[in-house]
Design a protein. Structure first.
Length: 428
């Protein structure tokens, strides 16, 4: 079924709701318009924007190119859209989500309403523990957001959306280009990371390129069980048989090449992993099973005290080091601020870090992170003066007052997965 008339759902009320949902302090785009400035004459601006969108006079502005550091030291390019582009994109995404949420497959978790990274982690952990998983294929698509083919993307959207006005809006955003150091450049492929519309377009692209194809491959080609968990362009697969995993990797490479994508050769790995991995490797005279990273955690084959299989998850070390380095840099600039101000800020940093990483079996990493924060704080306070009297005893009292202690916040994956699905969806 195709939807032939959708633009009438982009109403003034929906545009207003999109504006109010935007981040108040977000960086401005190429037009320099901030959230507060736009709101000074909001109703008149929304009336004008609504009229331009519906009569086809709305023009997308290029994204402002900025770079943020990645954990491996490289720079990740981001595109900051203008405020009006953000408003219209958010309103259109809300309309399209109502259509595509019906189409998207259960093992897709990235940037979908009601789903999060921890839901993807829960599904993967439950599948490895409960299903017949002996091999894990960790897949990363090289420069995915920059490699999306515009022609294929529009064809995929037209498969469900027949409203030419919506299609033209999307094409305007794709063709708007980027502005970097005052120079405009056209974008013949890809969607700017940071744009409101980009996550939905990426999910649509991978839905047709990957998800539907994987669904058919499991039914027609695989001899054993195959589980899939995808979050945006990062996904992991579990296989019962090595032959299935090897064949899938070959077929996947051909499939991606057809749509201008390729697997990252260094970040795509096939490893023996699961309940029997340790025994199988020991029988072959090999060391303990390899590990793999997914959504910020290193997954490890471990054992309970009773000797049963236990999936261990630890914070990726390079991610932790990158976070600690960033905290130290800010502490160096804030070392002369009052101690309570520093304590409030550091407490918020630690709580935010724990909110994501405080999963079962990761308590040691949490304690290590807090310890390093305390040491960095002590170093910063001692640098305030050559006559500093900051001792470890006093430092520990400050840490007890301002920094939360490490504790597990998230439930065990299987418990939360079962509670969320309540038997309606099997692990896939």
């Amino acid at each position: 079924m195709q939807f032939t008339a959708l633009l009438h759902h982009v109403t003034i009320d929906r545009l207003r709701a999109a504006y109010l949902a935007l981040e108040r302090k977000a960086a401005a785009g190429v037009d320099g318009m901030t959230w507060s400035e736009y709101g000074q004459n909001l109703e008149a601006r929304l009336q004008d924007l609504h009229a331009r969108v519906h009569r086809g006079a709305y023009h997308a502005k290029p994204s402002r190119r900025v770079y943020i550091p990645k954990p491996d030291g490289r720079q990740r390019p981001l595109g900051i859209a203008s405020l009006e582009d953000k408003i219209v994109q958010r309103a259109v995404v809300e309309v399209l989500n109502a259509i595509y949420e019906v189409d998207f497959i259960g093992f897709s978790y990235g940037f979908r309403p009601g789903r999060s990274q921890h839901h993807a982690l829960d599904a993967l952990a439950t599948a490895i523990t409960c299903k017949k998983v002996n091999w894990v294929l960790e897949v990363d698509i090289r420069g995915f957001f920059d490699a999306i083919d515009h022609g294929w993307l529009v064809k995929f959207i037209e498969h469900r959306i027949a409203d030419k006005r919506i299609i033209r809006l999307i094409q305007k955003w794709l063709a708007a280009g980027v502005l970097e150091e005052g120079k405009w450049s056209v974008t013949e492929s890809g969607t700017p990371q940071g744009a409101t519309i980009s996550p939905l377009l990426a999910n649509v692209y991978l839905h047709y390129v990957l998800d539907l194809w994987v669904q058919q491959w499991r039914k027609r080609t695989a001899r054993g069980e195959v589980i899939v968990v995808r979050y945006a362009d990062d996904f992991a697969l579990g296989f019962q048989h090595e032959s299935d995993a090897v064949q899938f990797r070959i077929d996947l490479q051909r499939r991606l090449e057809r749509f201008s994508l390729e697997m990252h050769p260094e970040k795509t790995r096939l490893i023996r992993f699961g309940r029997f991995a340790a025994a199988d490797r020991r029988a072959q005279g090999e060391r303990k099973p390899e590990t793999f990273d997914f959504l910020g955690f290193t997954h490890i084959c471990g054992k309970t005290r009773a000797g049963k299989f236990l999936l261990l998850r630890r914070t990726i070390k390079k991610r932790m080091r990158a976070k600690l380095k960033a905290v130290r840099e800010v502490l160096h600039r804030r070392r002369h601020s009052p101690v309570p101000i520093q304590g409030q800020w550091l407490g918020a940093v630690v709580r935010g870090y724990f909110a994501y990483h405080a999963v079962p079996t990761n308590i040691d990493s949490l304690a290590g992170f807090r310890t390093q924060i305390v040491r960095a704080w002590l170093h910063a306070l001692r640098r305030r003066s050559q006559r500093s009297r900051m001792t470890w005893a006093r430092m520990n009292r400050l840490a007890m007052r301002w920094l939360p202690r490490p504790r597990i916040i998230h439930p065990y994956p299987a418990a939360r997965f079962d509670d969320r699905t309540r038997g309606r969806s099997r692990v896939r």
